[in-house]
Design a protein around this ligand. Structure first.
Ligand code: FES
Ligand SMILES: [Fe+2]
Length: 494
């Protein structure tokens, strides 16, 4: 049967409702979490073949028009299809290497709805298992993050080695027949684990492209993060998880929506400007507002494979937390790359679930669907290892200023997106418009991309235009339509 996982019992926790509970992890930090959901288990899509031709009005090149019918953000069949074909059958970001640095370190994550965990092996390699006990399915990891050479299920006490091997059955003697063999109960390992510059990805099933092929042009932007310290990057301890009353696609397309910034974040800008004037803030603690006010060079790319990016030059590069590393970066990298690292802010989404943000601070964020019109977001500050205390302090304060449920801007974003989702119920209103700037949309790289040696599929010359969404929703459409068609063929053959 097709399934939709609408977590009705847990209810919507809006940003204005401080109903978060904490989850202690072994790093001693309290990770705030609205709730934990362990959703429906995996099963192959058995819904209808989905044809989106009457829900996507795609005349971007011909007429500079691109519209999406609002039902795509609420339809349970579409949700079921995208859960499988946009998440569970593609590479997903799972965690950063700094979250599992030592043998035995584990980190629990999800691929779509499926719980998995990353476990660092004795030899330093990484394996990823379904986070489900072979006995009767209980989640295996005691915490979201921790260290364990063996994991013992808290339900009936079966235990597993770091390698996934089942090594202990409570009261095995006498309880099972002679034919019982615990080696048949090793943890299920996912098909692919890959790592790029410290970012660990996983794919549940065999049939995916190489990770290198999947990341494609997004690798340039991941490099801009990974190269910020000769010692690599680290996730700063602590995170927040919050649940939003909007569809994961709405959350995802906000990442490269520069158009909303000057309205939704005007309060942020005015508050920060007033505070900085009052406190006479200078140096690293000064927040750039040039991007919000406009007037700096900027642009947007659709990078292919569902990855997209917006960028803008920094109005005051001396205030960026990486500024103290200017001399090293200029010596180590060519002029173009150093410019992107030091003087150009960026927001990028690596399809389907990873967001890398390098603007006033730096953060890494993931989102996952919880049902049609509902998603969960988790956010961390990511920072260069070994940076000066002054830079780390400024990075964290600016991260807290804008982001997190207690920040000045995440709440504004979430409320705006929630209200959009609410508006989608107005069925007669019909269509979302993504026409902005489409007359400037061009295939291939612009001059800035050519200089950097990257090859986006689409570009336009303003980050408050909407061209990247054309590529992104075409990719989404391809996955949904081709996936459901293939599933229909499979079901027909059965
Ligand atoms: S569910 Fe894990 S031991 Fe029973
Ligand atoms: Fe925003």
């Amino acid at each position: 049967m097709p399934f939709s996982t609408i977590p009705g019992e847990v209810g919507a926790i809006r940003m204005s409702t401080p109903a978060f509970r904490g989850m202690m992890t072994q790093d001693g930090m309290l990770h705030f979490c609205a709730y934990r959901i362990y959703g429906a288990s995996a099963m192959s899509y058995e819904g209808p073949v989905i044809d989106l031709s009457d829900r996507i009005d795609d005349r971007a090149e011909a007429d500079h028009e691109f519209r999406l019918h609002r039902s795509i953000f609420e339809d349970p069949d579409i949700y079921d299809a995208e859960l499988e074909f946009c998440f569970e059958r593609v590479w997903n970001f799972l965690c950063h290497e700094s979250q599992v640095p030592n043998p035995g370190d584990y980190y629990a994550a999800h691929i779509g709805n499926q719980p998995v965990f990353v476990h660092r092996q004795e030899d330093g390699s990484v394996k990823v298992f379904l986070n489900a006990c072979s006995h009767r399915g209980a989640i295996i990891t005691p915490f979201k993050q921790g260290n364990a050479k063996t994991l013992t299920c808290r339900f009936h006490g079966w235990s597993y080695k770091c390698s996934g091997e089942c090594i202990g059955i409570k009261n095995e003697q006498g309880g099972y027949g002679v034919e019982f063999d615990c080696s048949h109960y090793d943890l299920a390992e996912i098909a692919h684990v890959g790592e790029y510059r410290g970012f660990i990805f996983g794919a549940l099933y065999e049939d995916v492209p190489t990770l290198d092929g999947h990341l494609g042009e997004a690798k340039f932007f991941i490099d801009l993060f990974a190269d910020q310290s000769p010692d690599g990057m680290e996730m700063v301890a602590g995170s927040q998880t919050y649940v939003c009353d909007h569809d994961w696609k709405v959350q995802a397309d906000n990442v490269t929506d520069g158009y909303h910034v000057s309205t939704v974040h005007r309060n942020f800008m005015n508050t920060i400007l007033a505070r900085e004037a009052r406190e006479k803030t200078e140096g690293l603690l000064k927040t750039e507002v040039g991007r919000i006010k406009g007037g700096v060079k900027n642009g947007m790319y659709y990078l292919g494979n569902g990855h997209m990016c917006i960028w803008a030059d920094r109005s005051s590069p001396g205030g960026a937390p990486l500024a103290p590393a200017t001399e090293r970066i200029e010596n180590e990298f060519d002029e173009i790359k150093a410019h992107w690292m030091l003087r150009r802010g960026r927001n990028i989404i690596v399809f389907p679930n990873l967001v890398l943000n390098d603007l006033a601070s730096t953060h890494l964020r993931i989102h996952r669907p919880l049902g049609p019109g509902k998603c969960e977001v988790t956010i961390w500050c990511i920072a260069p290892k070994g940076e000066p205390d002054e830079a780390r302090f400024a990075r964290l304060r600016k991260f807290e200023d804008f982001f997190l449920v207690s920040g000045l801007s995440t709440s504004d974003d979430v409320v705006s997106l929630d209200t959009a989702q609410e508006g989608f119920h107005g069925a007669e209103a019909g269509w979302n418009n993504y026409d902005r700037g489409l007359s400037t949309m061009c295939a291939g790289p612009d001059e800035e991309a050519k200089k950097a040696g990257i090859n986006p599929e689409l570009h336009c010359d303003s980050w408050d235009y909407e061209a990247a969404f054309v590529g992104w929703y075409r990719h989404w459409r391809k996955l949904v339509e081709e996936g459901t068609k293939a599933a229909g063929t499979r079901i027909g053959a059965e």
